[in-house]
Design a protein around this ligand. Structure first.
Ligand code: CS2
Length: 454
């Protein structure tokens, strides 16, 4: 079977061809983090914005680590397919938004040149929660900061830098991380660079949303059958997607709103609703579902407790959300429908990864807010018990794995373990909350026996 590339496009069914002619695009966006999420989300908005506006917005996609992804993309002229997984059928199509693919290590000089190129006016990032904690010179943030500093030195062409990760206030978090690297660089002109950046570089906050499961070997075969060509990098996602952006750009950007993106003065109500209801439910379903023997989100939802959990968690957390966002009850109903989609094989283990970072965004601020006002938190307690249970030997990757494992030292009772785990994730205040700790501990025997009681 032929490989997907530009020469193969003419033979594709018309509905599966890119919405743009990739040869007519120019590199105006640099994206850091070439994973499935970007390819199934921002790349589609950009392709559609280019197609509808006629403006040649193309993306140079940069892989922080995986040169293999870059090589595979280059071998197919940076084309790849996205399959929309609907309950009734699968709809694949090829995306033509990428103008180049680069590996940060190997192609560092080229990436640096792109970051200083005045024609590039937008930089986007999907580097996961971990990426913002790692701010040395050889990290993504380090390379970004060096590129932006060089850009400021060479005339300060304005640029907007957009974090597309699931973090509250992600624009400010990214801005701080970048500015810290510049400040710590030891360069004599660093104060001047920081002043220029304050004028010429915007860090708008955004909320990205689309459920994108990791690609499986079965997806490769199914995509090849559907398209008639072999795509080594297919991605798939649910039909739903949303992008909300803070309307604070310092330089030209694609008209993403032509594809349904929302440009708003303040993303916080959308951000907190998404983090606490969608991601919060995901992070609860994952460890509880794994304890109960489920494999995917849809499996867990097919058990009676799955739907009850999502609705109860949303109802518990809703009072902590600011006004101005989506209606929480309706949002919860939509979540149930999205999570139930049987065409999505979204692995609970994928969601459970990096739990120590995720729960601090998704549960703990709401938990604190509720407990401060004396509200009951039974669902978050159950969720926490699920996470505690999972930290013991399930082989789920987590940057804090060693510290988490150390909390289970021999001889410690469950109460001591729960306190130690909460302290490890930066919540000593919650570790001191005896009623909370007792409630979490009480759930552990049932979870160990594979029961989720809700
Ligand atoms: C998930 C998210 O893996 C996870 O932690 O909660 O990736 C989730 O699927 C997306 O944020 C949906 O927009």
């Amino acid at each position: 079977m032929d490989r997907l590339n530009r020469a193969a496009l003419g033979a594709l069914p018309p509905a599966s061809r890119p919405r743009v002619d990739p040869t007519e695009l120019r590199t105006r966006i640099v994206h850091l983090g070439i994973g499935a999420f970007h390819r199934a989300h921002q790349a589609l908005y950009t392709e559609s914005a280019a197609a509808r506006s006629g403006e040649p917005w193309g993306i140079a996609a940069v892989a922080p680590r995986s040169a293999a992804t870059v090589d595979a993309l280059r071998a197919q002229d940076c084309l790849y397919s996205v399959t929309e997984r609907r309950p009734e059928d699968d709809v694949p199509r090829v995306v033509g938004a990428l103008t180049g693919a680069y590996a940060l290590g190997r192609d560092g000089a080229l990436v640096h040149a792109l970051l200083t190129d005045p024609e590039v006016t937008v930089v986007t990032l999907t580097i996961t929660e971990k990426g913002y904690r790692a701010a040395g010179p050889d990290t993504v943030i380090g390379h970004l900061a060096a590129g932006l500093a060089a850009r400021m030195r060479s005339g300060a062409a304005p640029v907007s830098v957009v974090s597309c990760d699931n973090t509250a206030d992600n624009g400010a978090v990214l801005s701080r991380a970048v500015r810290d690297v510049v400040r710590n660089s030891g360069r004599p002109d660093r104060e001047r660079i920081l002043d220029r950046m304050a004028e010429a570089v915007a860090f708008p906050a955004t909320v990205v949303d689309r459920i994108v499961p990791a690609t499986t070997p079965g997806d490769l075969t199914a995509t090849a059958t559907a398209l008639g060509v072999h795509d080594a990098l297919p991605v798939s996602g649910e039909p739903y997607r949303q992008w909300v952006l803070e309307d604070r750009f310092t330089a030209p950007r694609p008209p993403w709103e032509l594809d349904g993106a929302l440009l708003v003065p303040d993303v916080a109500p959308y951000q907190l609703t998404k983090l606490r209801l969608l991601n919060g439910s995901h992070s609860a379903l994952a460890p509880l579902g794994i304890a109960a023997g489920s494999t995917t989100v849809a499996d867990a939802m097919a058990e009676g407790w799955g739907e009850r959990l999502v609705k109860a968690l949303c109802a518990e957390v809703a009072p902590t959300l600011p006004d101005g966002g989506p209606d929480p009850a309706r949002y919860a109903d939509d979540l149930v429908a999205r999570f139930r989609n049987p065409a999505m094989k979204h692995l609970l283990r994928q969601i459970a990864a990096d739990g120590s970072l995720k729960i601090t965004e998704r549960w703990l601020p709401a938990l604190r807010a509720l407990r401060e006002r004396g509200a009951a938190t039974p669902v978050l307690e159950l969720a926490l018990a699920g996470w505690v249970n999972l930290t013991r030997g399930h082989g789920i990757p987590d940057p804090a794995q060693d510290a988490l494992t150390a909390c289970w030292r021999t001889g410690a009772d469950d109460t001591a373990v729960v306190r130690a785990l909460l302290t490890t994730v930066g919540a000593p205040d919650l570790a001191d909350d005896s009623a909370l700790v007792t409630a979490v501990v009480r759930h552990l025997p049932a979870l160990r026996a594979g029961h989720v009681d809700i």
